[in-house]
Design a protein around this ligand. Structure first.
Ligand SMILES: [Mn+2]
Length: 388
C-alpha cells in the first residue's frame, strides 16, 4: 500500500553515473525524478508574467524577470493567496480548476483560545514560502494540476448555526463542481458542516480520517455545538456512520469524558500517539485506511494541527503536550493520500495570534502540500487525468 520510489525498482535503476552513487536511496530517487518533471507550466508562468507584469528594467540581466512581481517570485512579494494560486472572485468558475482553496474564518466554536478566524490568512501568508515542487515526493504541482484560491466563506461571527449553513453551502458548491476542496479553518466546529456539504452528494457512505489530540465527539459544549462536538453531529448524518470515523493521535488531559462515552457507544475507532508509534506509522496508516474506507464511497480528511506536540503548534486553541512529531504525521498523511483519492481536506485550529514565527501555519501548509503532492504522484489528482 505504501508508495515506493522507483529507485528501489531493479528494472529502473536510474541513469548511469561514474563511480559510486553518493546519494541515499530516497535522495537518489529524488535527484533522478527531478530530471523527468516537465517545465511547461513554469515556462507558461514566465511568459504570462512578462506579458501582464511588463518586461523588467534594462539593467536586469535575467530577461525572465518582469517589472511587477507576478506568479511565484519573489516569495516575499505579491498578494497572499494559497501558494500564489490565482484568486477567483467568481466562484461559479471553480470547477475549471483541479483544486479549490477556500477559507472558513470562524472561531465562534472555540472554548479556550480564539484566533482561528485568522487561520486562513495565516496559512496563506506563510504558504508564500513554498514553491510548487517537492524534492522527496518528486512532484511539481505547477506542472500537474491547476489550483484556484476562492477566498473565504462569509461566516457570521456571533452565530454558529448560520455559519454552519454558510460553510455547508460553500463546500457543497466546490465539491459538486468537481474541484478538490481544501478548506482552511477555522476552529474544529467546521468539521460538521464541511462533512455535511460533501455527504449530501454521495449515494454511499463517507468515511472520516481525523487527526487530533481531542475526540470532539460530545453532543454539546457550553450549551452549543462548539469545536468539541463536530463528529457527534457528523456521525448523525445517515451516510456518515461512526464506524467509518477513525481518530488518530487522541490523548492527554483534554479529552472530555462525555465525548469518550459517545465514541464508545457509537463505535468510533481511536488510535493514540503511542498506538501509532508502537505499531509503526505504516501499520497505523493502513489500519486507519481500512476503517475509513470500509464500505465507504469517499473519505474526508480532517486535520487538527494540535495532533502535533504542543512544541510544534503554539498557535492553536488547545495545545497538548505528547503529540506527534512533524515527520511522523507527514509520513502518515503521505501514506493516506497515496493509497486512495480523498473527497477533500480541512486544516483546522491554526490560530495565528498565538503563533510563534508562523510555525503552526507552516505545518498546516505543509500538510496540505504533502496531501496534494501524494494525490498527484499516485494519480488521484487531477480527477479527470491530464498533465502528469
Ligand atoms: Mn483538537
Amino acid at each position: 500500500m505504501h508508495w515506493h520510489p522507483s529507485a528501489s525498482d531493479p528494472d529502473h535503476p536510474g541513469p548511469e553515473r561514474p563511480g559510486v552513487d553518493h546519494n541515499g536511496p530516497e535522495a537518489r530517487f529524488a535527484v533522478d525524478r527531478e530530471a523527468e518533471l516537465p517545465t511547461a507550466g513554469w515556462e507558461r508562468e514566465v511568459a504570462w508574467a512578462l506579458e501582464v507584469g511588463l518586461q523588467g528594467a534594462d539593467s536586469i540581466v535575467d530577461r525572465r524577470i518582469p517589472t511587477f512581481s507576478r506568479g511565484e517570485l519573489p516569495h516575499f512579494a505579491g498578494i497572499n493567496t494559497f501558494l500564489k494560486a490565482p484568486y477567483i472572485e467568481d466562484v461559479r468558475r471553480c470547477g475549471a480548476y483541479d483544486v479549490a482553496i477556500l477559507g472558513a474564518p470562524f472561531d465562534g466554536g472555540t472554548t479556550y483560545r480564539s484566533g482561528t478566524r485568522f487561520g486562513p490568512q495565516g496559512i496563506r501568508k506563510i504558504s508564500a514560502l513554498y514553491g510548487p515542487y517537492s524534492f522527496e515526493l518528486g512532484v511539481d504541482l505547477r506542472e500537474s494540476i491547476t489550483m484556484a484560491d476562492l477566498g473565504d466563506i462569509f461566516t457570521i461571527p456571533g452565530n454558529i448555526e448560520k455559519t454552519f449553513d454558510q460553510i455547508s453551502k460553500a463546500v457543497s458548491h466546490v465539491y459538486s463542481s468537481g474541484a478538490f476542496p481544501v478548506v482552511l479553518g477555522g476552529d474544529h466546529s467546521i468539521g460538521y458542516p464541511t462533512v455535511r456539504g460533501v455527504a449530501e452528494h454521495l449515494s454511499g457512505n463517507l468515511g472520516i480520517i481525523h487527526f487530533d489530540r481531542h475526540v470532539d465527539t460530545q453532543e454539546t459544549d457550553l450549551d452549543e455545538r462548539m469545536h468539541t462536538t463536530p463528529w457527534f453531529h457528523a456521525t448523525d448524518i445517515p451516510n456518515v456512520p461512526p464506524q467509518n470515523l477513525v481518530q488518530i493521535g487522541i490523548g492527554g488531559w483534554q479529552a472530555p469524558r462525555p465525548g469518550v462515552k459517545v465514541g464508545r457507544e457509537r463505535g468510533t475507532t481511536i488510535m493514540t500517539v503511542t498506538d501509532c508509534v508502537e505499531m509503526g506509522i505504516e501499520a497505523a496508516a493502513e489500519r486507519a485506511l481500512e476503517v475509513a474506507w470500509k464500505d465507504a464511497e469517499a473519505v474526508w480528511l480532517s486535520f487538527d494541527v494540535d495532533c502535533l506536540d504542543a512544541a510544534f503548534v503554539p498557535g492553536t486553541g488547545w495545545p497538548e503536550p505528547g503529540g506527534f512529531l512533524p515527520r511522523e504525521v507527514l509520513k502518515f498523511i503521505q501514506i493516506i493520500a497515496d493509497a486512495a483519492p480523498l473527497a477533500g481536506i480541512e486544516i483546522v485550529e491554526c490560530s495565528p495570534p498565538y503563533d510563534n514565527a508562523e510555525i503552526t501555519a507552516l505545518i498546516a501548509t505543509r500538510v496540505i502540500c504533502d496531501t496534494l503532492g501524494c494525490l498527484v504522484r499516485s494519480g488521484h489528482l487531477p480527477k479527470k487525468g491530464g498533465a502528469s
